[in-house]
Design a binder for this molecule. Structure first.
Ligand code: PA5
Length: 531
């Protein structure tokens, strides 16, 4: 990639593709791609198009979970394979609009008056999309409800959020979101929220709604406790592709954001990315560049760099979408492949004062994905220097970094959008959903399951079991200290010494009755109950 400025310009003209009907351009001129590479990939990308077409028609595209994959139907319900599904999607959108109207008009109120906040409780695909959209499109000057999030089971984190809500809890609507309805972090967040409402003398259910699949544990809790409303999730929508279902649309509508605009933006780019000529398909162009850069093995990391504060959480959102979808041990033929693309990033120009030093001069183990937003701001801009605004500087920093990377042989893609709007946010979500699907076919993996996430949940469950057994044993054998090895044997898990040690150490640091008695070496440290 050692070109003169005029040669870069030639590449730009050749590999910059504009999609003016949706306000998008994809520039691959700074990637190591050429016509011969694209030609060599033609059969593979055609296979990806065919797989995607079958998926959109309702094929079992997630074989491990025996599920259809239907997130494309959410923005075009007429595409759904059955009239029942079409009807369910339309009813859910109408339900969201009707509910948001009741909240905004004050027909439905909290104990303290009309709702002014929402508290979203969810994790992973049930939180990252809503957080990204709330930040991208929200504005404290115009938001109808102010968003708050519990996206973890960290008690201190939740306490901070509750403190920020303060006495307005009686005007805060809690939205508990879990597709499965059984995720422990979300269940814990719900219980912490419930406890806060009850301590404030409030009826939790009268300030709460659920988004979940019918008859999940969460759904049952919502019914039993007279929650205000329940919104549907379906098994054919994956968590990380659920932003344009009730998972993302409900909080966005409550915040006062234009959810129809988001759906329209997604639908419009879907129509373009359904095309079977890769040259005019922006999702195909993207994944061909990913494939070329990482040699089809993901050996280069994707550094996502939006030059726009509003898109800061897009990198985090994409991290889940890409890594949970593509990070797989086995391919569809059960060969061990350990696929994936590592995604990181925050925003420019901020990151230029952080890790971009390494991108430019250090390890060449990445390709950047710049997101350039043409429209700087609404209203008049301040001139910070003669004829130059702050937005001009932001653009200058983007251009400078792109050029500096290219000059030192570092690859970058640039996606240009006109402005951050409901339509362009819907577009970005749908563009990358499609790209991830195409890439999965190129490398022959299932993008729609997450065995690693399930394994993590199971492993955490085992630790909690160890904790329960440990406490029971120590309570029954008080006034004596035990090493971790002794405790592991005592609870019948002699190989779990390290887990026992870590659990006991955590218990002893948290005001429970378990005491930590340091010994000369780590293995001699003891734990016991002496009260
Ligand atoms: O994308 C996924 O499937 C996961 O990240 C889930 O969204 C996450 O585990 C939360 O699951 P649930 O919505 O069932 O609580």
């Amino acid at each position: 990639m050692n070109y003169t400025k005029l040669q870069w310009w030639d590449r730009f003209q050749k590999y910059h593709t504009a999609f003016p009907s949706v306000g998008l351009a994809v520039d691959l001129s700074r990637m190591n791609v050429d016509d011969a590479f694209f030609a060599s990939m033609e059969p593979a990308i055609q296979k990806a198009f065919a797989f995607m077409a079958a998926l959109e028609k309702g094929a079992i595209a997630n074989p491990d979970e025996n599920r259809m994959v239907g997130h494309y139907w959410l923005r075009n319900p007429a595409l759904a394979p059955t009239l029942d599904i079409t009807g369910e999607i339309k009813r859910a959108i109408a339900q969201i609009h009707a509910f948001a109207a009741k909240i905004h008009q004050g027909t439905l109120k909290g104990a303290g008056g009309s709702f002014k906040n929402f508290l979203l409780v969810g994790i992973g695909g049930s939180a990252l999309g809503p957080q990204f959209v709330a930040n991208a499109l929200g504005d404290p000057r115009t938001d109808k409800l102010k968003p708050f999030f519990f996206d973890n089971t960290d008690p201190d984190g939740m306490n901070r959020v509750l403190a920020a809500i303060g006495p307005d809890l009686n005007r805060t609507l809690t939205i508990v979101i879990s597709k499965s309805g059984g995720t422990k972090e979300t269940r814990n967040g719900m219980l912490v929220a419930q406890d806060a409402y009850e301590k404030a003398g409030l009826h939790f259910g009268h300030h709460c709604v659920a988004v979940t699949t019918v008859r999940s544990d969460l759904d049952k809790v919502a019914v039993q406790n007279e929650w205000l409303e329940r919104f549907p999730m379906w098994d054919w929508v994956g968590g990380r592709t659920s932003e344009l279902s009730a998972v993302g649309l409900l909080p966005a509508a409550l915040q006062g954001l234009d959810i129809d605009g988001m759906l329209a933006g997604a639908k419009a780019i879907d129509e373009i990315t359904r095309g079977t000529d890769y040259k005019t398909n922006p999702a195909a162009l993207l994944v061909l560049a990913w494939y070329a850069s990482g040699n089809g093995k993901g050996i280069k990391n994707m550094v996502v760099l939006p030059y726009k504060d509003r898109l800061e959480l897009f990198s985090k959102y994409l991290q889940q979408l890409v890594m949970e979808s593509l990070g797989k041990a086995l391919d569809l033929d059960k060969n061990v492949v350990h696929q994936g693309i590592t995604v990181l990033g925050n925003k420019g120009a901020t990151d230029q004062h952080s890790y971009i030093q390494q991108l430019r001069d250090g390890l060449n183990d990445f390709f950047a994905t710049f997101i350039e937003v043409l429209h700087d701001q609404d209203g008049a801009a301040l001139e910070v220097e003669p004829s130059t605004t702050s937005g001009d500087f932001l653009h200058g920093f983007f251009m400078g970094t792109r050029q500096a990377l290219a000059e030192s042989g570092r690859e970058s893609i640039t996606l240009t959008i006109d402005k951050v709007s409901p339509a362009s946010v819907g577009l970005l979500i749908a563009l990358f959903e499609r790209a991830v699907g195409f890439y999965a076919t190129l490398v022959n993996i299932n993008a729609y399951h997450q065995p690693g996430v399930e394994a993590g949940k199971k492993a955490a469950g085992n630790i909690i079991e160890i904790q329960r057994a440990l406490l029971k044993y120590l309570e029954a054998n008080q006034l004596k200290g035990f090493t971790a090895a002794e405790l592991a044997t005592a609870i019948g898990q002699p190989e779990e010494i390290e887990s026992v040690y870590k659990v006991a150490r955590h218990l002893s640091a948290n005001g429970c009755e378990v005491e930590f008695i340091p010994g000369p070496a780590l293995a001699d440290n003891k734990f016991g109950i002496f009260e």
